[in-house]
Design a protein around this ligand. Structure first.
Ligand SMILES: [Zn+2]
Length: 460
C-alpha cells in the first residue's frame, strides 16, 4: 500500500450496506482502504481518532445560492463555502440567479474560474436553460444540471431578474427538448405565474401585503400555484422523456404526482428544503415574519414530507441557502412582496436533521442517502462522491450524535451574519469536515483555504 496521508480510526463508517466499524485510509485525496488493523497500517501522516463517532460521506448540496458575482453584499463564494464546510458540505452547487445570470458558456466559464480561486469546498454551478442556442455548449462545459424558474421576469434585481425565468408553456416545452437532448436533468422551481397574479392581486386589493398575507397567498388552496405548475412539468416530462428534478417540493399533491411518475419508471426526482421541515411554521411566520419567508408550510404538509422522506419519494435535500441582509429583510414587515425570499441554511441543516434523527423522525441511514448518496447517483458523480469506499474522493464528515449546541448568529459564517435558527437547541453535530483528505472544518473552525475547492463534473 502507498504511504497513507490520513487514517480515520475507530469510527462507525456509513456504507450503502449499513454502518460498519472500520478505519478509513486515505492517500492522494482518495480513499484507498476500509478495514481494521492489521489489514491497515497503524500509522499514517495524520491519524484522527473517531471512536464513538459516526463517519459519513461529505454532504452534497445541489442548490446553494453563492450570490457571486452580482450580490456579494449578501454572500460570496468564499463565505458561502465556509458556511458549507462548517455544515459538513464538501460539494456545493451554485444557482444561476447571479449577475450576470449564467445563460452562456462565457459566463459559466468565468464562474468556474472565479470559484476555483475562492471556493473552500468542491463546487459546480447549475446554468440557466432559458437560452436554447446556448444549452448544448453549456452542457459540454460539465454542469450537473440546468435550472429554470417558472416565473415572470419581473425586472426586480432578485430573485427573478431578467433572463432566468420561463413563463410560457411553449418556451418551457422547448426547454425540455433542448435540455433533454443533453441528457442532463432539468431543475425547475415550479410556479404558476398567471394563477399567482390572480391570487396575490386579491390580497393587494385589500392593501394587505403583510408576511401573513404573503404566506397565505403562496399556500392558497394547499399550494395550488405549485401544484398546477408541477402538473404541467410532469406532463411535459412524460412527453419528452427527459430528466426532471423538482425544486422546493412541499405539497401533498406534488408528492402524489411524483410518486406516480416514479411508479411509471420515469426519470423524475425532487429535493426537499430544510426551511420546509424546520422553519416555515405559522408560529414562525408570526414571530419571524420576513426572516422565515420564503414559504409557509402547514403541519399536514410537513407530515407528508416526513412520510415522503422515509418512504424514499424524496431524493435529496437541497438547502436553498439564500442569504439576504437584515436591511433587505426588514422591509418585509410592511411589504413582504418588496422583500426577497429565502434565508441562510447551509451551515445549520445537518444539525437540524441530526436532531430529527435523535428524535426518531428518521434514521441516520436515510439522512445520509438524501444528503449525499442519492445526489451523487442522480447527478452522476457517483462513486467519486457520495460514498466512503476505495477509489472515492476522501470526503467525510465526522458526526457526534450526542453533541448539544445552541445555533447562534455569533458562529455563523454566512456574510449576512444571521441565521433564522438563532437560539434553536440541537443535538447531533458535525465536528470535522474532510475534503479529499484535508480537514476544512474542525470543531466549528474553518481550516480550509480559498482555492481548496475543485470543479466536480458528471462522470463520463
Ligand atoms: Zn433557490
Amino acid at each position: 500500500m502507498d504511504k497513507l496521508d490520513l487514517l480515520v480510526r475507530n469510527g462507525e463508517v456509513w456504507t450503502p450496506g449499513g454502518f460498519v466499524e472500520a478505519d478509513v485510509a486515505v492517500s492522494g485525496g482518495k480513499i484507498v482502504a476500509l478495514g481494521k488493523p492489521p489489514v491497515l497500517p497503524e500509522t499514517a501522516g495524520n491519524v484522527i481518532d473517531a471512536k464513538g463517532k459516526k463517519v459519513i460521506p461529505g454532504l452534497i448540496d445541489t442548490h446553494t445560492h453563492h450570490r457571486d458575482p452580482g450580490f456579494t453584499h449578501k454572500e460570496d463564494i468564499t463565505t458561502a463555502t465556509m458556511a458549507a464546510a462548517a455544515g459538513g458540505v464538501t460539494f456545493s452547487v451554485g444557482m444561476p440567479n447571479v449577475n450576470p445570470p449564467t445563460t452562456s458558456v462565457e459566463h459559466y466559464r468565468a464562474l468556474v474560474a472565479h470559484h476555483s480561486k475562492n471556493a473552500i469546498v468542491d463546487f459546480n454551478h447549475n446554468p440557466s436553460g432559458t437560452v436554447p442556442r446556448e444549452v448544448p455548449g453549456l452542457a459540454k462545459e460539465g454542469p450537473i444540471a440546468f435550472k429554470i424558474f417558472m416565473v415572470k421576469d419581473t425586472g426586480r434585481d432578485y430573485p427573478h431578474m431578467p433572463g432566468i425565468g420561463i413563463n410560457n408553456n411553449g418556451e418551457l416545452f422547448k426547454c425540455f427538448e433542448t435540455v433533454g437532448a443533453t441528457g442532463l436533468p432539468l431543475m425547475v422551481h415550479p410556479h404558476d405565474q398567471d394563477l399567482m397574479d390572480e391570487i396575490e392581486g386579491r390580497y393587494w386589493k385589500d392593501e394587505n401585503r403583510s408576511p401573513q398575507a404573503y404566506a397565505k397567498a403562496y399556500r392558497e388552496h394547499d399550494g395550488i400555484i405549485w401544484d398546477t405548475a408541477m402538473a404541467t412539468l410532469f406532463r411535459m416530462q412524460k412527453a419528452i422523456g427527459s430528466k426532471l428534478h423538482i425544486l422546493h417540493m412541499s405539497t401533498p399533491e406534488g408528492l402524489a404526482m411524483l410518486r406516480r411518475a416514479k411508479d411509471e419508471g420515469r426519470p423524475c426526482s425532487c429535493e426537499v428544503n430544510p426551511w420546509a421541515m424546520f422553519l416555515g411554521t405559522w408560529e414562525n411566520v408570526e414571530k419571524l415574519g420576513p426572516y422565515c419567508l420564503g414559504f409557509w408550510v402547514p403541519p399536514a404538509h410537513v407530515d407528508a414530507l416526513w412520510e415522503a422522506i422515509n418512504d424514499g419519494t424524496i431524493d435529496v435535500i437541497g438547502t436553498d441557502h439564500a442569504p439576504h441582509t437584515k436591511e433587505e429583510k426588514e422591509k418585509g414587515w410592511h411589504d413582504m412582496w418588496s422583500c426577497p425570499g429565502g434565508e441562510p441554511q447551509i451551515q445549520d441543516y445537518l444539525r437540524l436533521f441530526l436532531t430529527a434523527v435523535n428524535e426518531g423522525k428518521m434514521t441516520l441511514d436515510r439522512l445520509v442517502r438524501i444528503s449525499s448518496y442519492n445526489a451523487a447517483k442522480l447527478f452522476n458523480v457517483y462513486p467519486r462522491k457520495g460514498v466512503i469506499q476505495p477509489g472515492s474522493d476522501a470526503d467525510m464528515v465526522i458526526i457526534d450524535m450526542n453533541k448539544e449546541e445552541v445555533i447562534s448568529n455569533e458562529t455563523t459564517y454566512t456574510k449576512v451574519g444571521w441565521t433564522p435558527y438563532d437560539g434553536k437547541k440541537i443535538k447531533g453535530a458535525p465536528i470535522r469536515t474532510i475534503l479529499r483528505g484535508k480537514t476544512v472544518m474542525e470543531d466549528g473552525k474553518i481550516t480550509g483555504k480559498p482555492g481548496d475547492g475543485q470543479l466536480v463534473s458528471p462522470l463520463k
